[in-house]
Design a binder for this molecule. Structure first.
Ligand SMILES: [Zn+2]
Length: 500
């Protein structure tokens, strides 16, 4: 039986974070009501002129620089002509043959293995309006469609990979890593469920050893990474079934049914020439680089400035965290999922190091990681608090880790104090002082408590002496209650035994 090879290319759109839209002064913001962020320019009234948003251009250039792409020295906008109610102009301002970025590469880990994927281009365009289809079964029996132009003209980045991906896992990893990079750069919120990042999959299969790629199918409406992977898995099986039966694959656009988890035929694919691209006559070409041409409408954009503005990106950070703090891959990976979390972790470990000279940094890091991921994350999720609203400072968190590392507080107390720090933002030493939670490790003090417990619960004490092991557990429990959990239970047991 012959084996099939899957070839995948991705087209990813991301709405950019800017104050205003791409070509007008309307706000680029989420709205409760339709058609409130609109003006004659984004509604395409005749005679209006577009002015490019410089911030959006910088965003795309920064993405290009972060992905090691070639930044255009001269770039321009083009009109992509088509008729649809969501685009009132009858064309979309996009970029055709001179995109802002060409030939970039995204490096990421796929199931623990580092891979790199070639990117064809990254360009800038405007988003379209949103069509709201009513459900005829709930609205007076008649299907209607309304249009909301709030989104029309929002700056939109489009990234197109080369057809270099081969598995659903690679596609998921590519998309989730790109999302992280966009967030690290602060250029997009990139929430897939809000449509701020949208992934389209181009997929074909061919027999192993065949030169020519199979017929390409495009899948749209994917609003999660899981849907990206699952739709690919579904399509691969569908294509294989068709080919085995000697049938042809139709070149088309297919949608993804989120509930049934299957793809379905939407429409035959238009080819590029149907759009009749031509240069946008209302916007002069732009110059990027360290020289200015007379015609540029934007001020000179320095590529050096772009390069120096880049933060440390997720993959290099992951690798550094592994090496510097001795974390394993999974532990480092969970930290880099949010830039702020990784920063919090590093600041707290650094603060702990300040307090505790000569302490094993990797040991402190491991403890900090455990409290952060097992406990703090649990509180955040339980109370549905966003990381940004966290009341604990990394310095204070670092102090708590040191107290635990020194054995001054027990693990139980550390968790309770952390909970209180999470709720109130109070300083850990203050909480411990106020509640008398310091771990009692002074032998003399523990002896006194042990004698008190034995005197108070003399029945249990004599039961133990008669051989009832469970009574000792009871006495340890009473001992811990007296010290409000601040004693080491093992030590308490030893001292009780000694005094019995
Ligand atoms: Zn507008």
């Amino acid at each position: 039986m012959s084996k099939y090879i899957t070839t995948i290319g991705l087209e990813i759109h991301a709405e950019l974070r800017t104050q205003t839209k791409m070509f007008c002064d309307c706000l680029n913001a989420e709205e409760m009501h339709p058609n409130v962020n609109v003006c004659p320019i984004c509604l395409a009234h005749p005679g209006t002129l577009p002015t490019p948003n410089e911030k959006a251009i910088m965003h795309v250039l920064r993405v290009g620089a972060a992905l090691g792409g070639e930044l255009a020295s001269i770039t321009k906008f083009d009109r992509k002509n088509y008729f649809y109610p969501d685009i009132p102009k009858g064309y979309q301002i996009s970029q055709y043959d001179q995109p802002l970025v060409k030939n970039a590469v995204l490096e990421c880990y796929v199931q623990g293995e580092k891979k790199s994927f070639d990117i064809e281009r990254v360009h800038l365009e405007e988003d379209t309006g949103r069509l709201l289809h009513s459900d005829p079964s709930t609205s007076s029996g008649q299907a209607t469609t309304r249009v909301d132009y709030n989104r029309a003209g929002v700056p939109l980045m489009e990234l197109v990979t080369k057809p270099v991906l081969h598995t659903p896992e690679e596609a998921e990893a590519f998309a989730s890593n790109l999302q992280l990079i966009l967030r690290y750069l602060g250029v997009s919120y990139a929430n897939m469920d809000k449509g701020q990042m949208r992934v389209e999959v181009n997929i074909s299969i061919c027999k192993e050893g065949e030169e020519k790629l199979g017929t390409k199918v495009e899948i749209k409406n994917l609003n999660s990474f899981r849907s990206v992977g699952d739709s690919i898995r579904y399509e691969v099986l569908r294509h294989e079934e068709l080919l085995k039966k000697g049938k042809k694959i139709v070149q088309e656009t297919r949608g993804w049914d989120e509930n049934k988890r299957i793809t379905f035929s939407q429409r035959k694919k238009e080819s590029a020439h149907d759009y009749r691209y031509f240069p946008e006559p209302d916007i002069a070409p732009l110059v990027v680089g360290d020289h200015v041409l007379g015609e540029a409408v934007l001020k000179e954009i320095s590529t050096k400035e772009i390069m120096t503005s880049l933060p440390e990106l997720p993959v290099p950070r992951l690798e550094r965290l592994k090496k510097e703090y001795g974390l394993d891959f999974k532990d480092a990976e969970v930290l880099v999922q949010q830039k702020e979390v990784a920063e919090f972790f590093e600041k707290s470990v650094s603060e702990a190091g300040e307090l505790e000279h000569g302490v094993d940094k990797k040991k402190i890091a491991k403890l900090a990681h455990n409290f952060l991921i097992s406990d703090l994350y649990g509180f955040l999720e339980g109370d549905t608090v966003e990381w940004g609203a966290l009341k604990i400072t990394p310095e204070n968190f670092g102090h708590l880790v040191v107290l635990f590392a020194r054995g001054e507080i027990s693990s139980r107390v550390a968790k309770d104090v952390l909970r209180e720090m999470f709720e109130t933002g109070a300083e850990c030493h203050a909480i411990i002082e106020e509640k008398g939670l310091k771990q009692v490790s002074d032998e003399g003090a523990l002896e006194t408590i042990a004698r008190e417990v034995i005197a108070e619960f003399s029945d249990a004490a004599s039961d133990y002496k008669k051989g009832k092991e469970v009574s000792l557990q009871f006495l340890v429990g009473q001992f811990m209650r007296k010290t409000k959990g601040a004693a080491n239970p093992e030590l308490a047991k030893e001292i009780l035994k000694k005094n019995l």
